[in-house]
Each structure stands twice: as C-alpha cells, then as structure tokens.
Design a protein around this ligand. Structure first.
Ligand code: SD4
Length: 334
C-alpha cells in the first residue's frame, strides 16, 4: 500500500515536471506556512468588497466596539449596504431580473463551520439577517424563495418593495433591447462580500447581493452558495467572491481559496491561484470575478480577472476605529 502510494507520488511529480507545472505541494508558497494560532495578539480585522466596503467595515468595527463578535461585525456591515437604496446590486435598490423582480441571495458563516443561507428571496429588507436566523435557529443551512420569505414573516422581519424608481427606470431602459447577457461589468458588480476577525481570533464571513442584473427569473448565483461565494474555516481563514457567479460556482472558488491557504498560500497568493483556475477553465474576456481573502492572522489579499476590483481593509492595529478603512486596488499584483 505504502509503496504504491510512493510510486503514485513519484509518477505524479515526474508528470508535473514534464508538463512544466509544479505540483501543489512544491509551490514556492508552501515554504511559508501560516502559524496555527496566529491571532494571539488579539487584533481585529475586517475586509469587504468594493467601495461600499469602507462604510461596511466602519459599521462592523462599531459593532465590535459595542461588544459584538465577528458574526455581529458581518451582519452590521452587510445590513448597512442592504439598506442603501442607491446601490444597484445589494438589497433595496438592486437591479431586478428580466421580469422586473428584485430577488436576493445572502449567506453567513462562522469559525465553527456553522452556515446559513437564503436565496431567491423577494421583499425582505435584510437577507443577511435571515441567513443568520437560518443558521442559528433552524436545523438547515439554506432556505429558498417562498419558504425563506415565509420564515422571515414568521420572525417579523422588515418587508418592503425592493424595486426603487431608479432600478425600475434602468430595467425599462434595458427592456428596449432586452439583451440578456449575464456579463459583469463596471455597472453591475457591487455584491458585498465581508470577512471579519474579532479580538478572540474568531472569523466570520458574509455575502449579500441582488445578483446579476436582468438574470432569468429563478436564477441563483454563487453568493448564497457555501464554498462558492463564501467559505470560512476558523483554523485557516475566509474567502468571498464577487463577479459572475456561474464562473465562481463552476470552480467552487471560495472553498478553493481557503484550501490553498490551508496548504500555505498567503491570502493574496490563494486568490491569485483561484482566479487562474477560472482563466484556465473558460473564456474570460467578457467576465469578471474577484476574490477576497482574510487569514486567521488578519492578513488579507485579493485578486481579480480584470482590473478595477477593489476592497476595503480595516485592521485594529493600523487604523483608529473612527478612521475609514484603507481602500486597496486588487487588480494588479499577485
Ligand atoms: C452573482 N456573484 O449573482 C453575484 C453577482 C456579483 O458583483 O457578485 N456581482 O453572480
């Protein structure tokens, strides 16, 4: 048994050499393994995608200062962006599907692999809080559509017509050509993915979105899919995705990022590798995906297929809580 395993490893290594690719365990970054319990200093950190990540991080740190946990940081940051009616990609104000319905996806996960998720939800102001309730109060991980809405109503959660005038006008304009092409471009990319580390060294993550604009009715993206749009492993780190969900789901991107980190990659290197996995798998001229990762030690990194992806980083050691997060452009660099 042991000798056949040795034979397999020898052959695999030789094959990798012939193909010019280093097997995973030989990659340069495997020499820089992350320490097992790196957050001994108690520093907190939070990273969130795109410009709105700045305010989300502020809300997260405010929750932390009020005695909250990493999960509270995530929920507070996500709720702030969900409530912004001006944003066209999250919560109220999100662009509708091609039939004019705003349908929301969200999920949340903690350091112990507890996870909650809702998808294809309509008329609920805060899907992130509903996802948290699914995680904390039900025996399930995911509720969809009418069932998720029914549960929100049972909980007395805030309901609203999520289709704003601004989004409705944009939809009317789109209907003139009704060019259904699920491409993520600059106007259509603001899903928020958030990752937080609290003073106890506990990690959590969340993701919330109205998904791709003018999608088919019933389409669900990566954002509520544990392992695709979000993954957290309390011993390693967390990752989240933004961009065209179909590409993220096909490559189980966030799980991949975390697994690469487990093998020693830095958050930055892991995001870079997960982006390469997409580039190697499908044509990417017309699609954008960005990954964001946070290690157990508070280090973060991000990378995207194309330029223009940025994220906000807030670390308790480097920033006063009253100061906005630092905005980082992740588009170039590995
Ligand atoms: C989706 N991943 O529904 C989402 C959309 C997104 O930035 O992230 N936009 O596919």
């Amino acid at each position: 048994m042991a000798s056949s395993r040795r034979k397999f490893l020898k052959e695999a290594t030789a094959l990798a050499g012939i193909l010019g690719i280093g097997p995973l365990w030989n990659r340069a970054w495997s020499r820089h393994r992350m320490p097992a319990l790196p957050n001994a200093n108690g520093n907190a950190a939070m990273v969130s995608t795109w410009n709105h990540g700045m305010l989300a991080n502020d809300a997260g740190f405010a929750a932390l200062e009020n005695g909250g946990t990493a999960l509270d940081m995530i929920e507070a940051g996500a709720r702030l962006v969900e409530a912004d009616a001006e944003g066209l990609s999250v919560g109220i104000g999100g662009l509708p599907d091609r039939d004019g319905h705003v349908t929301l996806d969200a999920c949340i996960m903690d350091h112990t692999k507890n996870a909650g998720s809702v998808c294809f939800v309509q008329g609920i102001m805060h899907p992130i809080s509903l996802a948290r309730k699914v995680m904390e109060e039900t025996p399930h991980v995911m509720l969809a559509g009418a069932g998720a809405e029914q549960y929100a109503r049972e909980l007395g959660m805030e309901e609203s017509n999520l289709l704003t005038e601004k989004a409705s006008l944009a939809w009317e304009k789109w209907k003139a050509t009704a060019n259904y092409k699920p491409v993520i471009n600059i106007e259509n990319h603001d899903t928020i993915g958030l990752l937080a580390l609290d003073h106890n060294g506990h990690l959590a993550g969340g993701c919330t979105t109205s998904g791709v604009a003018y999608k088919m009715h019933g389409r669900v993206g990566d954002s509520p899919i544990i392992g695709a749009g979000l993954y957290v492993d309390g011993e390693v780190g967390g990752a989240t995705a933004t961009g065209l969900g179909e590409a993220v789901m096909r490559t189980v991107g966030s799980f991949l990022v975390v697994e690469l980190m487990r093998q020693g990659a830095s958050p930055q290197e892991a995001c870079y590798e997960a982006v390469q996995r997409i580039i190697q798998s499908m044509p990417t001229d017309d699609l954008q995906v960005g990954y964001l990762a946070l290690g157990r030690d508070g280090r973060c990194g991000g990378h995207a297929i194309h330029g223009g992806f940025n994220y906000a980083y807030h670390h308790s050691e480097s920033f006063e809580s009253s100061v906005h997060s630092k905005l980082i452009d992740a588009s170039h660099g590995t």
